[in-house]
Design a protein around this ligand. Structure first.
Ligand code: SAM
Ligand code: SF4
Length: 328
């Protein structure tokens, strides 16, 4: 699949549920309203859409959410998708908050998952409870250790929050270095209404990087994923450190990805409202012709870049849907 700007689309992110067992302050409001369950694609339908994408050239699939591991029977889908590895699909990964990892780590590895991303914004248990509102750090760290023991490679995602965890980045680099995890720092993105003030949370990573450079030896890394992360190598730990700065435009030209919501809506760009409904063609017939055509038509509309801007005066999100809908 080649989009109008000559980019090969090889990466699909699938939000398997918009529900979550946490309520991170930058992601959701505490009384978040979720999609009615009847609107969700069934696990069989999700597998069918993924298979259609794989037929058309997707080689990498990431399951996300919401929290993917809270969807009932999600392991059925993961095993089904895992069985497609080596048959067009090259990599199956998930992004998780880690709360259920202790339970699922072994099964994930058995299903063919080799790498996972786990979101941990702080190693301080009280702060973790404040940021996630409902999360328990101990359970997440135990889950991460279970994943490590199961042989999964781990990348920690940490959203950089001004005045909240900015003084903890060195500690996280040490933790990741000790366990041989990569680390990715993420700038907050203006997506969805939340209870707090977004601008108060916004911490530019350019500043963070300069501070980290005072304590660690950083050198540009050759590693690139086609995504919004730019990587450096940390000499002291031998691990990679990524910076995801979504508000800059420096990654759109190499963007290789599209995103499917749990209701079957395909977003061609995280930062644009334009979307394609794949649920209707999926349900219209058991023959995949209409679905394949809808996917091809959607890719032909992938925009050149995103329009993220923070409406500073009103502190309103640039994109109305929450990250948990499209998946991070
Ligand atoms: N629940 C899983 C998790 O937390 O890893 C997967 C979904 S979550 C939406 C994916 C990633 O998006 C997480 O790393 C989370 O920290 C990040 N995220 C959520 N809302 C964000 C926002 N407004 N700005 C930046 N990152 C955000
Ligand atoms: Fe849930 Fe992930 Fe959003 Fe936190 S960031 S509320 S864990 S979906």
């Amino acid at each position: 699949m080649i989009d109008p700007f000559g980019r090969a689309i090889t990466y699909l992110r699938v939000s398997v549920t918009d529900r979550c067992d946490f309520r991170c302050v930058y992601c959701m409001s505490e009384d978040m309203v979720f999609m009615p369950k009847r609107d969700l694609l069934s696990l069989e339908e999700l597998d069918r859409v993924c298979a259609a994408f794989i037929r058309q050239g997707i080689t990498k699939l990431r399951l996300t959410g919401g929290e993917p591991l809270v969807r009932r029977d999600v392991m059925w889908l993961i095993r089904k998708l895992g069985s497609r590895l080596g048959q067009g699909l090259e990599e199956l990964t998930i992004t998780t908050n880690g709360s259920q990892l202790a339970r699922f780590a072994e099964d994930l590895a058995t299903a063919g998952v080799k790498r996972i991303n786990v979101s941990i914004d702080t190693l301080d248990a009280d702060k973790f409870a404040q940021i996630t509102r409902w999360g328990k750090l101990d359970a997440v760290l135990a889950g991460v250790m279970a994943a490590k023991a199961a042989g999964l490679r781990i990348k920690i995602n940490m959203v950089a929050l001004k005045g909240v965890n900015e003084d903890e980045i060195d500690r996280m680099i040490e933790y990741c270095g000790r366990h041989q995890f990569d680390l990715c720092l993420i700038e907050t993105m203006p997506m969805g209404e939340i209870d707090g003030d977004r601008m108060a949370q916004y911490l530019p990573l350019s500043l963070v990087r300069a501070r980290i450079g005072q304590n660690w030896t950083l050198s540009p890394s050759a590693y690139a994923t086609g995504g919004p992360a730019r990587y450096v190598d940390i000499a002291e730990t031998g691990q990679r450190l990524g910076f995801i700065t979504p508000l800059t435009h420096n990654f759109c030209e190499s963007c290789n990805r599209v995103r499917l919501t749990c209701t079957g809506t395909l977003f061609m760009c995280l930062g644009q409202e334009d979307a394609a409904d794949l649920r209707a063609p999926l349900r219209r017939s058991s023959d995949d012709g209409a679905l394949d055509a809808a996917i091809a038509e959607a890719i032909s509309r992938k925009p050149e870049g995103h329009d993220f801007v923070i409406d500073r005066r009103h502190s309103r999100p640039a994109v109305a849907r929450h990250m948990s809908v499209t998946g991070g």
